[in-house]
Design a protein around this ligand. Structure first.
Ligand code: GDP
Ligand code: MN
Length: 390
C-alpha cells in the first residue's frame, strides 16, 4: 500500500528524520493559511498523488509570494496531473503539501527496499540524487551504492558511515546521515515497509541534511497489525474495483488483458492465469473468491470482473474441496440470470458434488460453455476469442 508524501514525512519525522516544516492543504484558502502560519518568504507547493516525477510534470512549484501560493494551489487542486509515472490520463490532485522552501546545495538519493534475491533490506544511496536518478541508475550504475542489512543485527553504525562517506558526505554530515539512516531503518522495520525513498536527500547551504521528498510503501498483508498505517490509506488512489472487491472479501487485482478470471484459491488463480498465458491469451485480472464461496460472493465476483470494459470472456475455474460445486453452480446461475451477462462464460468445475453442479448448469438452459479441465478451458477461451490476446 502506498501513502502520500505528506503522510510519509509525518511518519518519518516522528522517528527523527529531518523534514521541512509544512502541512497539507485541501483547498486554496487552506494553502494560503498554511503558508502564512509557516512564515518566511518562499514556499513550495507540492501536488499529493501516489506517483513520482511530479517535478517534471508541474506538480512541484516554488512560490515567492502568498499570491503565488494561491495561484499554484488553484492550478493543481482539481487538475489531472500527468507525470512520467502516471500514464497519459494523469491523476486527480485533491490536496497539496505546502512547505517552507529551502536553498539546496546538493541533492543525494537514499532508499531502502527489500531485496528478494538476498532476502535482506538493502540500502541504496547515490551522490547523484534528484529528478534524474532513474537515468543515473541506467547509464551510470557505478554511481549507485548498495548495502545489505543483516536482519539479526539491523543496520549498523559502521555501514551507515561507509554509505555516507561513499556518497561524498564529510565530517559532521556523516554522523547526521547515520542517524537519519538508522531512524529510517527503524521506521521501515517497525511499520512493515516494502520501500522507503528519500529523493532528494538535500544538503542545505549550512551543510545540514533534510528529506525534501519522501515516499513509502507498506506490505498490505501486514496492515492488520499496523493500524496507524492503515489510517493513511487513500481509496481515491486505488482501483475502485479492487476497493469494492476487498469490501466483499474477494482478492481482486486488475490486469490489462481481456480474459476475466473467477477462481477459488490463490494458487489455482495463478495457475489459471498461467494457463491462459500459455495459450497466448492475457488475463484481465487475478481473482480469488476464497474457499467458502457463497452464491453472493460468486455474484459479486461477476459484477466486479465485468466492470472492466476490456473483458471479452469469463473463465470460471473452481476446484471444490471445502466448497461444493452445486453451491457454486447456484451462484453462477443466479449471476447469469440477474446480471444479463453478454460475454461468453467458460466453466471448469471439479471436486465435491461436481456431477450435481454440472447437471444444474446443464438444466438451467443458460449458455455455459463447459470445459473438462484447466487446459481444455484455456483452449476453449482462446478458440472463442479467435486467438486474439487483446
Ligand atoms: P518528484 O519529482 O515527484 O520526485 O518531487 P520532489 O519532491 O522530489 O521535487 C522535485 C524537485 O523539486 C526536487 O528534486 C528539488 O530539486 C525541487 N524542490 C523540492 N522542494 C524544494 C525546495 O524546498 N526548494 C528548492 N529550491 N527546490 C525544491
Ligand atoms: Mn522526488
Amino acid at each position: 500500500m502506498n501513502i502520500h508524501e505528506y503522510q510519509t514525512k509525518e511518519l518519518i519525522k516522528s522517528y527523527g528524520v529531518p523534514v521541512p516544516d509544512g502541512r497539507v492543504a485541501h483547498n486554496v484558502d487552506n494553502a494560503v493559511t498554511v503558508a502564512e502560519d509557516l512564515g518566511g518568504e518562499r514556499w513550495v507547493v507540492k501536488a499529493q498523488i501516489h506517483a513520482g516525477g511530479r517535478g517534471k510534470g508541474g506538480g512541484v512549484k516554488v512560490a515567492s509570494s502568498l499570491d503565488e501560493v494561491r495561484q499554484f494551489t488553484d492550478q493543481m487542486i482539481g487538475s489531472q496531473l500527468v507525470t512520467p509515472q502516471t500514464g497519459e490520463n494523469g491523476r486527480l490532485v485533491q490536496r497539496v503539501l505546502v512547505e517552507q522552501a529551502c536553498d539546496i546545495k546538493k541533492e543525494y538519493y537514499l532508499g531502502m527496499i527489500i531485496d528478494r534475491g538476498s532476502q535482506r533490506i538493502t540500502v541504496i544511496a547515490s551522490a547523484s540524487g534528484g529528478m534524474d536518478i532513474e537515468e543515473v541508475a541506467k547509464t551510470q550504475p557505478e554511481k549507485v551504492i548498495r548495502e545489505a542489512v543483516d536482519p539479526a543485527v539491523g543496520l549498523m553504525e559502521f555501514q551507515c558511515r561507509k554509505i555516507a562517506a561513499n556518497i561524498g558526505l564529510r565530517g559532521k554530515q556523516i554522523h547526521e546521515a547515520s542517524k537519519l539512516m538508522r531512524a529510517l531503518y527503524k521506521c521501515f522495520r517497525e511499520k512493515d515497509a516494502l520501500l522507503a525513498e528519500i529523493n532528494p536527500l538535500a544538503e542545505m547551504n549550512d551543510g545540514s541534511l533534510m528529506a525534501l521528498d519522501a515516499k513509502m510503501s507498506f506490505d498490505g498483508n501486514a496492515l492488520y497489525r499496523r493500524p496507524s498505517i492503515t489510517e493513511f490509506r487513500d481509496f481515491d488512489e486505488e482501483d475502485p474495483k479492487e476497493v469494492e472487491a476487498s469490501g466483499h472479501g474477494l482478492n481482486y487485482i486488475a490486469l490489462d488483458g481481456n480474459v476475466g478470471c473467477i477462481v477459488n484459491g490463490a494458487g489455482l488463480a495463478m495457475a489459471t492465469m498461467d494457463s491462459i498465458s500459455f495459450h497466448k491469451g492475457k488475463p484481465a485480472n487475478f481473482l480469488d473468491v476464497g474457499g467458502g464461496a457463497s452464491p453472493e460472493k460468486v455474484g459479486n465476483a461477476f459484477r466486479i470482473v465485468l466492470q472492466d470494459p476490456n473483458v471479452k470472456i469469463i473463465l470460471v475455474n473452481i476446484f471444490a474441496g471445502i466448497n461444493r460445486c452445486d453451491w457454486i453452480a447456484e451462484g453462477l446461475i443466479k449471476a447469469m440470470q440477474d446480471q444479463k451477462i453478454e460475454v461468453p462464460v467458460v466453466v471448469r468445475l471439479a471436486g465435491t458434488n461436481v456431477e450435481k453442479g454440472a447437471a444444474m448448469l446443464e438444466e438451467s438452459g443458460l449458455d455455459f460453455i463447459m470445459a473438462e479441465n484447466l487446459d481444455d478451458a484455456a483452449t476453449r477461451v482462446m478458440a472463442i476469442l479467435g486467438g486474439q490476446a487483446s
